[in-house]
Design a protein around this ligand. Structure first.
Ligand code: GDP
Length: 197
């Protein structure tokens, strides 16, 4: 897919405030610092469409972007902040889960995972919740340029193994680097192939 236009639409504090669900929507989520903003910017060929390195704990918003005047790209706030209070964490979780479960035009959720880390409980739990809630999602491993090829493969395999403990099938997996722009075309290809709106 060629990105002709990518523009910010609005920030919303709750799913009810999101833009009218008139087009297909693809959302991106992951823990703070996973490389979500960098990946969105790399996919959109844009330096600072999504703001990088937001401070965790600040007001968390759902950011909508309109791509090629044809589909929404959604930048969701991160889950599992270690450094914020429990009640604030609960608020984030509610915002995210309400959005995911209620957004009718959501075609797919891309769950970003730092390829440098061994499987993390919080990520596994989140994916488990997606599976149990019938949320269509894919896994996107980020920052793969930071690792030697073998090490990235080992971490991807470790995640697969964990997921196959409870599931028969695996979701679609993308291995990406925002820095080198690898894997981003595959995500865009998936989006253009599944956008039936
Ligand atoms: P976010 O909090 O998930 O939006 O993460 P950011 O996009 O702000 O990235 C967090 C940090 O990781 C920043 O210092 C980025 O420069 C760095 N980073 C993000 N993606 C990549 C990547 O693909 N390769 C490398 N080497 N660094 C990355």
């Amino acid at each position: 897919m060629v990105i002709k236009t990518a523009e910010f639409v609005k920030s919303s504090q709750k799913w009810q405030d999101c833009p009218e669900p008139t087009m297909a929507e693809y959302a991106f989520i992951g823990r703070s610092n996973v490389g979500k903003s960098s990946l969105i910017n790399a996919m959109m060929n844009h330096k600072d469409l999504a703001k990088t390195s937001q401070t965790p704990g600040k007001t968390q918003l759902i950011n909508h972007f309109l791509v090629n005047e044809n589909w929404f790209l959604t930048d969701l706030p991160g889950y599992g902040y270690a450094k914020v209070s429990k009640s604030l964490r609960k608020d984030f979780e509610k915002l995210i889960t309400n959005y995911i479960l209620n957004r009718q035009n959501l075609v797919n959720l891309f769950v970003l995972i730092d390829s440098r880390l061994a499987p993390q409980k919080i990520d596994l739990e989140f994916m488990q919740w997606c599976g149990e809630s019938n949320v269509p999602f894919s896994i996107v491993f980020t920052k793969v340029d930071k690792l030697k090829a073998g090490a990235a493969d080992r971490n991807v395999e470790a995640y697969k193994k964990e997921l196959l403990n409870t599931w028969e099938d695996l979701p679609e997996i993308y291995v990406t680097s925002a820095e080198k722009k690898t894997g981003t075309d595959n995500i865009l290809k998936f989006i253009s192939e599944t956008n039936q709106f």
